[in-house]
Design a protein around this ligand. Structure first.
Ligand SMILES: [Zn+2]
Length: 204
């Protein structure tokens, strides 16, 4: 079950509300946490700091392809832990097609463009962003399958967005189709929040 703070408390006195908020948890055997949009993101930032120190960031163009692959694979396992994924089945670095940095269809496999890894002009930030983004889509799918506790408002938004998700028509004609679909907004928020926090280390 989910315990939503602030819900269904209007028929109680203020004293009863504060009592229930502070004491309810100890009276319930299993209370799942209220989980929202920032779930797992600080752990993704910490992992990025650990695996991609400044020596790596500034010398990325000199890193061998093998080193890059090892780093992004290691990072994907950290992100899987951060999002507590149940069905993570690995990172697939491959040709994902023109203009596609990566994709995930909820089957546990995270596909990332080999161009991002091979191209010396790319930065690790783009890889970190893409990995978090695509793994966030896996997390969303698992949430919609009931595998993770999550705030009901977020879940309902994702379920509605999933029904309307499409790449078929220009988003100008279909505001919920792809670009501003709530699942994409959440995945971009996740990837870009991790990058925003991580790149604070590089401000001078
Ligand atoms: Zn996406």
């Amino acid at each position: 079950m989910n315990y939503f703070i602030g819900s269904n408390t209007f028929d109680k006195t203020p004293n009863e509300i504060s009592t229930s908020r502070y004491w309810l948890k100890s009276n319930i055997e299993k209370v799942e946490p209220l989980v929202g949009r920032d779930f797992g993101l600080s752990e993704c930032v910490e992992a990025a700091r650990e695996l991609f120190p400044k020596e790596i960031i500034y010398n990325w163009s000199e890193c061998t392809i093998e080193t890059r692959i090892k780093l992004v694979e290691d990072y994907s396992f950290y992100v899987a832990d951060a999002f507590k994924l149940n069905n993570f089945k690995g990172l697939y670095i491959e040709d994902t097609g023109f203009g596609c940095a990566g994709y995930n269809n909820g089957d546990g496999k995270i596909h990332v463009s080999e161009m991002l890894v091979n191209n010396k002009n790319e930065t690790p930030f783009e890889l970190i962003d893409t990995i978090v983004h695509e793994m966030r889509h896996q997390y969303q799918s698992e949430c919609m399958c009931g595998l993770h506790p999550i705030d009901s408002n977020v879940l309902n938004e994702w379920l509605a967005a999933d029904r309307l998700y499409t790449n078929d028509s220009p988003y100008a004609l279909d505001p919920w189709g792809y670009k501003y679909n709530a699942l994409e907004l959440d995945a971009r928020y996740a990837g870009e929040t991790v990058i925003r926090e991580f790149t604070k280390d590089y401000r001078v």
